[in-house]
Ligand binder design. Structure first.
Ligand code: HEM
Length: 177
C-alpha cells in the first residue's frame, strides 16, 4: 500500500471500530432502561448476552447508511436506477423492515435469529470488524453484569446530530454496585 492508502485504512480501522462499538454500549444501557422487562430477563439469564448484543447492534444501527454508485441500469422495488446513479442504502430502515423482522420496533433480547440484521452492511464491503465488534460488546456486557446490578439512566440522552452516525453525546447514569 502507498502511504496515503495505508493511512486511509488505519483511519477506517480507528474510526470504524470506535464510534460504532462505543455507541452500541451506550445504546445497550439506554434500551435496557427503556425496557425493564428485558433488563430483568438479562439479569436472570446472562447466557442471553450474545443475542442481546446483536439486538442492540440492530436496534441502534450505529451507522445509518452507506452509499454506492450503480455500475449498471437496474430496477429495485419498482424504481429505475441508472448506471452512475448514487444510491443510499438505509440500514436504519432495513433494520426496522416488518417484512424481514418480526416486531422490528421492539427491543427483544432473545430473538430466534438475532444476527439477522444489516447494521454491518451487506456484500463485498460488509464490515471486516464485525466479529471483533460482537466479541468486544459481549465481553464488556459480561463484565458489566458481573460488577453492577443495575445501571440506571437518570436523564434523556443527547444524540449525535448526524444523518450518518447514530450515537450519543451524553447519557447520564447512576451505577449501583
Ligand atoms: C457495532 C460495531 C460496528 C458496526 C455497526 C459497523 C458497521 C460497518 C458498516 C455499515 C460498514 C460498511 C459496509 C458496507 O459498505 O457494505 C463497515 C465497514 C467496515 N468496518 Fe465496521 N462496524 C462496526 C465495528 C467495526 C470494528 C470493531 C472494526 C475494526 C476494528 C470495523 C472496521 C471496518 C472496516 C475496516 C470496514 C470497511 C470494510 C470494506 O470496505 O471492505 N468495524 N462497518
Amino acid at each position: 500500500m502507498d502511504p496515503k492508502e495505508f493511512l486511509g485504512n488505519i483511519i477506517l480501522l480507528i474510526v470504524g471500530g470506535n464510534d460504532t462499538t462505543r455507541n452500541s454500549i451506550s445504546g445497550g444501557v439506554w434500551f435496557l432502561n427503556q425496557n425493564p422487562d428485558q433488563y430483568r430477563k438479562l439479569r436472570e439469564n446472562p447466557h442471553l448476552i450474545p443475542s442481546m448484543v446483536s439486538e442492540v447492534i440492530r436496534y441502534q444501527t450505529p451507522l445509518a447508511h452507506m452509499r454506492r454508485t450503480a455500475l449498471a441500469d437496474t430496477e429495485i422495488g419498482g424504481k429505475t436506477i441508472k448506471a452512475g446513479d448514487k444510491v443510499v442504502m438505509w440500514y436504519a430502515s432495513g433494520n426496522r423492515d416488518e417484512e424481514a423482522i418480526e416486531n422490528p420496533d421492539s427491543f427483544i433480547i432473545d430473538r430466534a435469529r438475532p444476527r439477522q440484521h444489516i447494521s454491518f452492511g451487506f456484500g463485498i464491503h460488509r464490515c471486516v470488524g464485525l466479529r471483533l465488534a460482537e466479541l468486544q460488546l459481549r465481553i464488556i456486557w459480561e463484565e458489566i453484569m458481573k460488577r453492577f446490578d443495575h445501571i440506571e439512566v437518570v436523564d434523556e440522552p443527547k444524540r449525535v446530530y448526524s444523518s450518518f452516525v447514530k450515537g450519543y453525546e451524553t447519557l447520564p447514569v447512576r451505577i449501583a454496585g
